[in-house]
Design a binder for this molecule. Structure first.
Ligand SMILES: C[S@@+](CC[C@H](N)C(=O)[O-])C[C@H]1O[C@@H](n2cnc3c(N)ncnc32)[C@H](O)[C@@H]1O
Length: 164
């Protein structure tokens, strides 16, 4: 079971740095940044985990979602999961996560555009208790990574179990 994290036009290097940290902690594979590569100037605290990903060649850039989608079809064919506050979305804790998936998160202000959500295999929402607008993107990412990592752990421990 593998997951990649895909960040769609994020504005804040601090958010990307926090997501990189959780991505590594919960066993993510590639961190994929979609948008303007030149603005990613990771400094100080934001660079610690992004540097680790660059060194291990696990940080990739794409200009737009279309290019990323094409590359995914040709190279990985992982399921694209749009993580968003969306009507009729599947609840994050109830979903049976696929073997391999791309976890897609949206811009801090504009989120994931509806047309991109439609191009994804599924929309997943983290159910909130009170109607406060939405969660911070790095917090949302960490919750999702936790959900996936628990299923990865469960699968691994079953596969490694041997009768003696
Ligand atoms: C601050 S939100 C973007 C704005 C949001 N679309 C809105 O209408 O307020 C940034 C990103 O965090 C993620 N996010 C925030 N709250 C979420 C939730 N409850 N469920 C799933 N994703 C969430 C999504 O990926 C979203 O694109």
């Amino acid at each position: 079971m593998k997951f990649n994290t895909v960040l769609l036009n994020l504005r804040s290097a601090k958010n990307v740095g926090m997501i990189a940290r959780s991505h590594l902690a919960f066993g993510g594979d590639l961190l994929i940044l979609i948008g303007d590569e030149n603005k990613w100037n990771f400094k100080g605290g934001t660079s610690t985990y992004t540097r680790k990903l660059i060194e291990s060649e696990k940080l990739l850039f794409f200009k737009n979602f279309k290019e990323f989608r094409k590359w995914n079809i040709n190279h990985l064919n992982f399921k694209n999961l749009a993580i968003e506050v969306a009507e009729n979305a599947v609840k994050s804790h109830q979903y049976n996560y696929p073997e391999n998936c791309n976890v897609i998160l949206g811009n801090e202000r504009t989120g994931i555009p509806t047309e991109i959500i439609k191009e994804c295999d599924l929309a997943i929402t983290i159910p909130q208790i009170t109607p406060i607008g939405s969660l911070n993107v790095a917090i949302s990412a960490s919750i999702l990574f936790y959900e996936i990592s628990q299923r990865m752990k469960a699968k691994t421990s079953i596969e490694n179990y041997k009768f003696t």
